[in-house]
Design a protein around this ligand. Structure first.
Ligand code: ZN
Length: 344
């Protein structure tokens, strides 16, 4: 039995020296020095030996048990230290790794164009006036000289609400009346504002027309405001927007709220007036509708048309963006597709 004890000790000590993880150590403990471990069982069987051998065997067995307990404690400490060192090493931050890029937001192309327009018109002395999206039929049409049942109302397919006489504005022009009434102080003060905002029309959505789009309206009211002021303003605007060489032309048109009315074209900056797909080979791009404010509209805004006069215009920032970036489908603007938006 003493021989068995010695060989068990040799084996246990050898195995312990080779252990490197906590699970294996725990297994070793139960096999050798635990309650039912080999050394423990040998120690307990001391009583089965002949009397004369008991003392020597018991002494040796106790010594071995103590040696193994101590060795076990040392090994346990060592394994814990190694595990800690490994954790620290693995958890270390490698400062040579390239950083992970976080996705950043950007400004919508329409917002970018608006900001450029604000800057240009602001430099030319225009204030920004914000008007409401939900309008009355009266503001949107009647006060702008669209008589009831006038065919001009059919030019703009309207979104109606459940409330009689309340609609989504089809253009930013109702802001003309609101800005004149508010800032003009009942026809006593001049007004020079731009009115940016979203407009809504119940139209078939195609590559060229959307149900919602932005407009930027402009209103100037003062004494002795003439057609030449309107023309000079647009010549200056075109230079600031499209460059010093920009050429502008005016074509007669019709809007109920201006008289005379005109379309404003700028020489195509893509082909330099030579004719291309964007300008439909005309050499000109339409950038705005404009005109002298109709006396009826001036009166509805609180002014005496015998004393005051003014001009108004409207332009589409989406159209400007389309021309600038050669975008071929207006539906991209409100499609919320990041593949489109991230290009700007
Ligand atoms: Zn062109």
């Amino acid at each position: 039995m003493l021989q068995q004890l010695e060989s068990t000790y040799q084996q246990a000590a050898a195995e312990l020296d080779a252990l490197t993880d906590a699970a294996a150590l725990h297994d070793w403990e139960s096999r050798y020095i635990g309650k039912k471990g080999a050394v423990t069982l040998l120690l307990r069987s001391t009583g089965q030996l002949p009397k004369e051998d008991r003392a020597a065997f018991g002494q040796r067995a106790n010594a071995i048990k103590e040696l193994l307990d101590t060795a076990y404690a040392e090994r346990e400490k060592l394994i814990q230290e190694q595990a800690l060192a490994r954790d620290l090493e693995e958890g270390q931050i490698d400062i040579t790794l390239p950083g992970r890029a976080h996705p950043t937001g950007g400004l919508h192309p329409s917002t970018q164009t608006f900001r450029e327009l604000y800057r240009i018109w602001g430099d030319m002395g225009f204030q920004v006036y914000r008007s409401r999206d939900v309008e009355t039929d009266e503001m949107n049409f009647t006060l702008l000289n669209f008589p009831e049942h006038h065919p001009a109302r059919d030019m703009q397919d309207t979104f109606f609400t459940k409330t009689e006489g309340v609609i989504l504005r089809t253009h930013t022009s109702p802001g003309q009346i609101r800005s004149m009434r508010e800032l003009g102080a009942d026809g006593a003060q001049p007004v020079r504002v731009i009115l940016p905002g979203m407009c809504y029309r119940n139209e078939q959505v195609t590559a060229r027309s959307e149900m919602q789009f932005h407009q930027l309206e402009g209103v100037v009211v003062g004494k002795n405001i003439r057609m030449s002021d309107l023309k000079g303003t647009f010549v200056e605007f075109a230079r600031r927007m499209f460059g010093q060489e920009a050429k502008v032309r005016f074509r007669a048109s019709y809007f109920p709220f201006t008289e005379p009315s005109m379309e404003v074209d700028v020489e195509c900056f893509l082909c330099g007036g030579q004719g291309c797909r964007m300008c439909k080979y005309s050499g000109w791009l339409e950038i705005a509708g404009a005109g002298m404010i109709h006396p009826t509209v001036l009166r509805n805004g609180g002014y005496d048309p015998a004393v005051w006069s003014g001009f108004a215009f409207g332009m589409g920032p989406e159209r400007q963006t389309i021309l600038k970036h050669r975008i071929d489908d207006i539906r991209y603007f409100w499609g919320n597709d990041l593949r489109f938006l991230e290009q700007f």
